[in-house]
Write a new protein. Structure first.
Length: 291
C-alpha cells in the first residue's frame, strides 16, 4: 500500500484525524435536503416510537427491548429524542426537531447517501489507508438539536458496539454537514486511546430474552482533562479509529449540528462478532466500499 501521507501517520498515532473541506458545501446541502424529504415522508407506527438514549440503563431498556432497533441494520428507521412524544405517540414539537438519529442503512437504500458513502474520494482515502476489502457495516444521520431534554453522548469506543476479531478493523467516517463547534456539541477525543483494547461490549442476548442486548465489562472512568475538542467546519471529515475514546457534549446553542456517519470494516482476515447487535442479513450483506 506504499508510503502513507504524513497526516495518515498522525491518524495512527492519535486514533483520529480531521480532514477539513473533504466534502463540498453543495454535497452537505444535498444530504440535508434529502433528509428533510425523508423526514417529511416519515410515518411512524406507534409501537416504533422508541426513545434513543446513551445512558446505559435507558439504552438497555429502550434499545434492548426494542426489535425496532435490533432489526434496523438493513433499513432506514427513526430514533427519537426524549420527551418529544406524548403517551399517545403524538409529536409535542415539530417532527424534524424530534428525531435524534436515522439509521442504519441509509448507505444502502438512499441514492444520495449511497453516492456519498461510495464516492471516489472516500474510496481513494480507503486505499491510502491500506484497506484491501473494506465493507460498509452501518450508517447514521445524527441531528444533535437543542431539545427539551438534550442528550450528551457519553465517552465510548465504537468497537463496544461493533466488535471484530481481531480488533482494529473498524473505522468511522464522520461528516460535519454544518459547522460543529464547542457550543453545539462537536466531538472530543482522547489522543492515543485506541491502543488499549476495549473495556466494554454490547452483546445480543439469546433470542426471546429481554432485554435483547446487554453490556459485558464496564466503562472506565475517563479523565476529562485528557479530552481534546475537535471543532469541524461544514464539509469536514473526521476519521475515527474503532477503539479511540470519544464523546460529544450537550448542544447548548440554538444551532443544530447535523452529521452523517458511516462505519467501514476491513473484511480481509476479519471476523464480525455474532454477538454484535448489528448483523448482515440475507436482504443486505455488508456492501463493498469499492463498488
Amino acid at each position: 500500500s506504499g508510503e502513507q501521507p504524513p497526516c495518515l501517520l498522525q491518524f495512527h498515532e492519535d486514533g483520529f484525524l480531521v480532514l477539513e473541506q473533504f466534502f463540498t458545501a453543495e454535497e452537505c446541502d444535498r444530504m440535508r435536503s434529502q433528509i428533510q424529504s425523508i423526514v417529511a415522508a416519515m410515518e411512524v407506527p406507534a409501537h416504533c416510537r422508541t426513545q434513543f438514549s446513551t445512558k446505559e440503563d435507558e439504552q438497555l431498556q429502550a434499545q434492548g427491548s426494542s426489535d425496532y432497533f435490533l432489526t434496523s441494520g438493513d433499513k432506514i428507521r427513526f430514533f427519537f429524542e426524549k420527551g418529544v412524544l406524548d403517551e399517545k405517540g403524538n409529536f409535542l414539537i415539530p417532527k424534524e426537531k424530534s428525531i435524534s438519529k436515522i439509521g442504519h442503512a441509509l448507505h444502502a437504500h438512499d441514492p444520495v447517501f449511497k453516492q456519498i458513502t461510495h464516492s471516489s474520494k472516500v474510496q481513494e482515502l480507503g486505499r491510502k489507508l491500506g484497506l484491501e476489502r473494506p465493507v460498509v457495516v452501518q450508517s447514521m444521520y445524527i441531528f444533535k438539536v437543542l431539545s427539551t431534554c438534550p442528550v450528551a453522548v457519553t465517552p465510548h469506543q465504537d468497537a463496544t458496539f461493533l466488535h471484530t476479531e481481531p480488533l482494529g478493523r473498524v473505522l468511522g467516517f464522520w461528516i460535519a454537514l454544518e459547522d460543529a463547534t464547542q457550543e453545539n456539541g462537536c466531538l472530543w477525543f482522547i489522543p492515543g486511546s485506541h491502543t488499549a483494547g476495549v473495556s466494554r461490549r454490547m452483546v445480543r442476548a439469546p433470542p426471546g430474552a429481554l432485554p435483547c442486548v446487554h453490556f459485558v465489562g464496564s466503562e472506565p472512568t475517563y479523565d476529562h482533562s485528557r479530552f481534546v475538542a475537535l471543532p469541524t467546519r461544514k464539509g469536514g471529515l473526521i476519521l475515527i479509529h474503532g477503539e479511540v475514546v470519544h464523546k460529544s457534549d450537550l448542544n447548548s446553542s440554538q444551532a443544530s449540528r447535523h452529521a452523517f456517519t458511516f462505519h467501514v470494516m476491513e473484511a480481509k482476515g476479519t471476523s464480525w462478532s455474532k454477538e454484535n447487535w448489528l448483523q448482515p442479513t440475507p436482504e443486505l450483506a455488508f456492501p463493498s466500499l469499492y463498488t
